[in-house]
Design a protein around this ligand. Sequence first.
Ligand SMILES: NC(=O)c1ccc[n+]([C@@H]2O[C@H](COP(=O)([O-])OP(=O)(O)OC[C@H]3O[C@@H](n4cnc5c(N)ncnc54)[C@H](O)[C@@H]3O)[C@@H](O)[C@H]2O)c1
Length: 272
Amino acid sequence: MATTKKKTMVIIGGAGGIGTACAQVLKDYKLVLTDYATQDVTKAVEKLTSEGFDAVGIACDITKKDDVAKLMEFSIKQGNFGGLIHTAGVSGSAQNIKKVFDIDLVGTDIIIDAFYKVATKDSVLVLFSSIMGHTIPANPEYDDALLNPQAESSFSTVAKFVNDDADIMYNFAKRGVLLLLKKNAFRFGQKGARIVSVSPGVIMTPMGIKAAEEHPERMNMMKQLTPLGRNGTPEDIAEVVKFLISHKAQFITGSDILIDGGIVTQLLKKAS
Ligand SMILES: NC(=O)c1ccc[n+]([C@@H]2O[C@H](COP(=O)([O-])OP(=O)(O)OC[C@H]3O[C@@H](n4cnc5c(N)ncnc54)[C@H](O)[C@@H]3O)[C@@H](O)[C@H]2O)c1
């Protein structure tokens, strides 16, 4: 009996909290795991392989075009390219507005451009925004810069609005991810490929735990505001991502899915 070859799925930020959870639910795929540090990639791949997953890895700094090009070539070499799940990112804890802009937004733009070249019918890209991206209103002054993050003046244009606060830059960068999603849906669609994003609420990963330690009052308030009354788990996100990359989601593109226990509705109500 003929067997169908597994699709290759790339997990960027694959050593992180949500990236790890996504890998755990994708046993039917060949996984290409990537993250910033070689030792983290090696460790994650060894663990997955020991658990029976079909996984290979390569380190990649998503802010470097050459690294991302190498990742793309390595992924294509695995055959039957199915798409990617881009979970790499930093929060405001990075305390450097340029770093947050470069990793969370410029890196995302570099990844979209590199993988657009090899996207074919049924390929899918999953990007990661955040509930915080939904809290930044539309404004032509910064939206144009967010839509073109690799342009020379874009960082300084956005920087004018964030008061040197890395948490605020994170929110702008995540709005930028939502704008890049809309910008790219049509050209991917013309290849029969899809591009979607998810916007997590507060999720208990290393990133979420650090934020809870740095801002305990804010995090407590967020939990109280959440209609479902709890923080999210990485598995809450992974199951939705698994659906989004599957054939069952074949008519979904250009959409952002909030996975936040309902908190965004409350945050926006509070702000208005
Ligand atoms: N955890 C939350 O509460 C939460 C909420 C909303 C959105 N998000 C978003 O979800 C995504 C995943 O977050 P997470 O909670 O798993 O975070 P995490 O910190 O656990 O994982 C992020 C991973 O990205 C990697 N990374 C950072 N910079 C990189 C670079 N330059 N090149 C390659 N890899 C790099 C890190 O090494 C890390 O493994 C992020 O985009 C984050 O902004 C998370």
